[in-house]
Design a protein around this ligand. Structure first.
Ligand SMILES: Cc1ncc(COP(=O)(O)O)c(C=O)c1O
Length: 435
């Protein structure tokens, strides 16, 4: 029996992996070490998670100290100081008007929590008919039933089609190769695509819609950057129809787009923001849902002896995650990480777009330190070319990610020019030898 058999790996080709494993046994700074002692440059910052690099000494020390002091405290009706401190820090970083923070253990749970808060809010406001949830084609909001239903990645939905939430609709996605291929940063074409929300408001009547959830920059589907003016237009339409706007910032928060939140970078303030990943630099599982004050206050009108929101997790605000998050936020501030990331953007954009003349490349897109290189699919085998490039880069000492035929890049927020050069030279060589 293969000793790897028992572990059913997530979003992985299990049989292919177990036949030829890629095993990481250590990580430090910008490098992984494989079980056979090879050093790999991490070109994906974990899984969009670890922008500061791996095993940051300050975060490691914070978690080690915490586990010896308070390993766990009951999370319902009992609290511990660090999670309150963390909520204060996060709301202070958030756009004005955000006063509340609800903790989860993942981005998927954050998405479902946000949707539930939206439904509870409308009901508390006497608008219980607002039950419809709107997502966007190609969106990714995790794998739980709520996030999967508002999500728009066909492969993630297909098998579960009959079990998806009822009353969910999707606006169209923002991608159009003929109109925006090789845009640098935000495409100038496409703001009008936001008006698709009007179509759904006309169809269902806007007064029945609770919330619209979008990623400000769509990540998992292969880096779709919002056209100039698009997010502003979504905000206007949500305001017009009384719909809550949720930004899923699981990837974009904490420096990935050179700011604490994409909301700040784009100058568009949603009503709810979901986060995870970079909140602890990937060190502990944690998600956080940031909520505007008016939403919280609406839910606080019930008698004081009642639970206001019947929702929560055993591990909401876990002490180890809270300690990791607090020290992560401190490091972001001390090392000026968001400004460093912002300053790296031009070099990243140059290096990424230099692949334009490489074989198979049909589009390149970027925003902040998120980059996508779309390859023409191999005839009859979509995704095979992207996977092959991923494998070749791994063999050559650089970890990137492929989502189908889109190569994805998420360098460290403090990556060096040499590291960027190594990543893109390796990708170019892999493309050159891929049929
Ligand atoms: C935008 C977005 N939302 C939600 C999720 C789900 O997060 P998790 O895998 O932590 O459940 C992800 C994960 O990549 C994501 O990118």
């Amino acid at each position: 029996m293969n000793p790897l058999d028992a572990y059913w790996m997530p979003f992985t080709m299990n049989r292919a992996f177990k036949a030829a494993p890629r095993m990481i046994s250590r990580a430090r700074g910008h490098y992984y070490t494989t079980d056979d002692g090879r050093e790999l440059l991490d070109g994906f910052s974990g899984l969009w998670t670890s922008g500061l690099g791996h095993c940051h000494p300050k975060i490691v020390a914070a978690v080690q100290g915490q586990v010896a002091e308070l390993d766990y405290a009951m999370s319902f009706q009992v609290g511990h100081p660090k999670v309150f401190e963390l909520a204060n820090r996060l709301t202070a970083m958030a756009p004005a008007g955000f006063t509340q923070c609800f903790f989860t253990n993942s981005g998927s749970e954050a998405a479902d929590t946000a949707l539930k808060i939206a439904l509870a809010y409308h009901r508390a406001c006497g608008e219980g008919q607002r039950t419809r949830l709107i997502g966007r084609e190609r969106g990714y909001h995790g794998v739980n039933f709520g996030g999967m239903s508002v999500g728009g990645i066909p492969a993630n939905r297909k098998v579960f089609s009959a079990a998806l939430l009822p009353g969910v609709d999707h606006i169209r996605h923002t991608h159009s190769l003929p109109d925006m291929a090789f845009s640098r940063g935000q495409p100038s074409w496409g703001a009008h695509l936001a008006d698709d929300l009007e179509r759904l408001c006309a169809l269902h009547d806007g007064s029945n819609i609770a919330a619209l959830i979008v990623e400000p920059v769509a990540g998992s589907t292969g880096i779709l950057v919002p056209p100039i003016g698009y997010l502003q237009r979504l905000r206007e339409l949500c305001d017009r129809h009384g719909i809550l706007l949720i930004f899923d910032e699981v990837i974009t928060a904490f420096g990935r787009v050179g700011a604490p939140f994409a909301a700040e970078r784009f100058g568009v303030t949603p009503d709810i923001i979901t986060t995870a990943k970079g909140i602890t630099n990937g060190v502990m599982p944690m998600g956080a849902v940031l909520v505007r004050d008016a939403i919280y206050q609406a839910l606080m009108q019930r008698p004081a002896h009642t639970v206001e929101l019947f929702h929560g997790y055993t591990y909401s605000g876990h002490p180890l995650a809270a300690a990791a998050a607090l020290s992560t936020l401190e490091v972001y501030a001390e090392e000026h990480t968001f400004a460093t990331a912002r300053a790296l953007e031009p070099a990243f954009e140059e290096a990424l777009h230099a692949l334009r003349d490489a074989p198979h490349v049909v589009d390149i897109r970027n925003f902040g330190l998120m980059g996508g290189v779309e390859l023409a699919p191999r005839a009859g085998a979509p995704g095979a070319r992207g996977y092959e490039v991923f494998l070749k880069c791994f063999e050559a000492g650089v970890v990137i990610r492929n989502g189908g035929d889109v190569l994805q890049f998420s360098p460290f927020l403090n990556a060096t020019p040499d590291e960027l050069a190594q990543i893109f030279t390796t990708v170019r060589q892999a493309l050159a030898t891929t049929a």
